[in-house]
Design a protein around this ligand. Structure first.
Ligand code: APR
Ligand code: MG
Ligand code: MG
Length: 222
């Protein structure tokens, strides 16, 4: 760094933020109990890159908090029905700092950062690492979990085509198949940490997959 401690307000275009931040959220709704089906619905999306992931995206901490940026991304990717889904720091479940690119990308947990820790976009979770100068060197991904009502979930699903990013960043919303289809679903391609985030959330909800699914892409039986 240059030692310039000026924060938001006076922007140094040349330096720019060292770390970009992205926020994604697992939205789930309780389902009526009593049936053999799993007791909740979890929303994911098929992305433009063919991978499954959670709604959300890049946040500009010079202009918005993590939660405000996530809310903006939800309106873009899910549509106006998402406007009523308030996100708070208490929904934050973890953050991971990613360095490298392509297949060499690696992530490490950096805990439960709040937007207050990050305002000014100067925080550098990996400040001990070697950095290239002049450009972004990493992404910090923040994961949120938010319970919504089944009615709210249904409104989002019915309104998905109104989302500005429908057909662009987002090819479609899905409910995660939590019954017998879960093992097959987990063999799909997932962006970043989305698969692990899904499995972690399922574990916390007491819905662990019935068998070991450590193998990521086993061949399909014909
Ligand atoms: N876990 C970890 N990392 C993730 C996860 C996840 N669950 N989901 C996404 N990411 C990473 C991806 O690597 C992605 O590059 O966070 C980054 C930002 O998330 P996106 O949702 O892809 O960002 P968004 O702001 O919605 O879209 C940005 O990227 O390629 C372009 O055209 C595309 O306009 C889009 C832009
Ligand atoms: Mg987006
Ligand atoms: Mg996105």
């Amino acid at each position: 760094g240059t030692g310039n401690r000026n924060r938001a307000g006076k922007r140094n275009k040349a330096a720019g933020p060292r770390w970009r931040h992205a926020c994604h959220v697992l939205l789930y709704a309780p389902l009526p109990t009593g049936s053999p089906q799993p007791p909740f619905a979890i929303l994911m999306q098929l992305r433009f890159d063919g991978l499954f992931g959670f709604p959300g995206g890049f946040v500009d901490l010079r202009k918005e908090s993590l939660e405000a940026g996530l809310s903006r991304e939800l309106r873009e990717e899910l549509g106006p029905a998402a406007a009523g889904i308030e996100l708070r720091p208490c929904h934050h479940r973890g953050a991971k700092a990613w360095t490298g690119s392509g297949r060499k990308k690696s992530g490490s947990d950096v805990g439960r950062l709040s937007s207050e820790d990050q305002v000014g976009a100067e925080a550098q979770p990996g400040s001990g690492r070697k950095e290239q100068s002049g450009s972004d060197v990493g992404v910090v991904t923040h994961f949120y979990i938010r319970r919504v009502s089944l009615e709210e979930l249904g409104e989002i699903e019915r309104g998905e085509k109104e989302a500005p990013e429908h057909g662009l960043e987002v090819q479609g919303l899905i409910r995660v198949p939590l019954g017998g289809g879960l093992p097959t679903f987990l063999q799909q391609g997932f962006i970043g940490d989305a698969r692990a985030q899904l499995l972690g959330a399922l574990h916390d909800m007491g819905w662990d997959p019935p068998q070991d699914m450590g193998s990521r892409n086993p061949p399909h039986d014909m």
